[in-house]
Design a binder for this molecule. Structure first.
Ligand code: SF4
Length: 289
């Protein structure tokens, strides 16, 4: 059996940079570092970091903290988080991805312009996702959040509209939503500005992953169930290779099933650690090669 790992799978640079910053701080003896929310949507990686001392806190606990050091993950945070930190003498290690940071600035400027023109801002993203909370927080939660064309039903398009996307969403769905909004704006008398805000590290990955899925007999897709990017990329693999299996850890592999395949590919989401895919590849090698 030939076993290979997709070279384009694994953490994006935003997540790598946040984890490296956490590891560097934690390497100093006696340091306590808190992280506001899971640093990455992967429980295997989160538990590895917890073992070396990272303490994950939620927003409710964060509000009660004082005189601590807290890391902000790549997804970014709304302005309230920075206000709370200042008030409570919390030192922030801001690992917001530079791409997300620049999108936060763009949405803020865009919203101010829309307000002047009596317009609106729409975000294509997952309601409640940390990045969306951070983006909408820049504009006093003034944006409508949509995840599908269906969600556009109750929105009026007779005014100027700016459309943004969460960085990790599907490019195809974003295009379809943009086309629908354009149609509605033309019909109802509004205007539309579409902001190209899907991260390229995501959009190019989908294409590469489709090729990788086609070139193998079976695919093991490794991801946490709560990763939206994982669900999306798993769908791409499944579309291109019906023998695609979703697992969260090496414990879920059904070895018997895979003995009939000659070429097995291992891949994952932007939140899947490389070490986890390598661990799974080693297990396969020890069983089948
Ligand atoms: S997916 Fe892109 S925008 Fe999002 S954290 Fe990673 S590099 Fe940054």
């Amino acid at each position: 059996m030939k076993i290979s790992i997709d070279p384009s799978s694994g953490f994006c640079f935003g997540v790598v940079s946040a984890i490296e910053r956490a590891e560097k701080i934690l390497s100093a003896v006696g340091t306590t570092l808190y992280c506001l929310g899971d640093i990455v949507h992967n429980s295997e990686e989160v538990s590895r970091l917890k073992k070396i001392g990272l303490d994950v806190v939620d927003h409710a606990r964060f509000k009660e903290m004082h005189n601590a050091t807290v890391l902000i993950r790549a997804h970014g945070e709304p302005p309230e988080t920075y206000i709370t930190a200042k008030k409570n003498n919390i030192t922030l290690i801001d690992a917001t991805c530079p791409i997300v940071l620049s999108l936060q600035r763009r949405i803020k400027k865009g919203y101010e312009r829309m307000l002047e023109q009596g317009g609106q801002v729409i975000i294509y993203g997952k309601d409640g996702h940390a990045e969306v909370v951070g983006l909408n927080g820049q504009i006093d939660n003034g944006a409508r959040v949509v995840t599908s064309i269906d969600d556009l039903k109750n929105i009026n398009f007779n005014i100027p509209t700016m459309l943004f996307s969460q960085t990790t969403m599907s490019m195809d769905t974003y295009r379809a939503i943009a086309l629908e909004v354009e149609k509605r704006c033309k019909k109802e008398g509004g205007s539309l500005e579409v902001i190209d805000s899907i991260c390229r590290s995501m959009s190019t990955r989908a294409e590469k992953l489709a090729d990788f899925a086609k070139s193998n007999d079976a695919i093991i897709f490794v991801s946490d169930k709560k990763s939206s990017n994982g669900q999306y990329l798993y769908g791409i693999c499944k579309e291109n290779n019906k023998n695609t299996f979703f697992i969260t850890s090496s414990k879920e592999i059904n070895h018997k099933y895979f003995s009939k395949f000659d070429k097995v590919g291992i891949c994952g989401a932007t939140s899947t650690p490389r070490w986890l895919m390598e661990e799974i590849a080693e297990i396969f090698k020890s069983k089948f090669t």
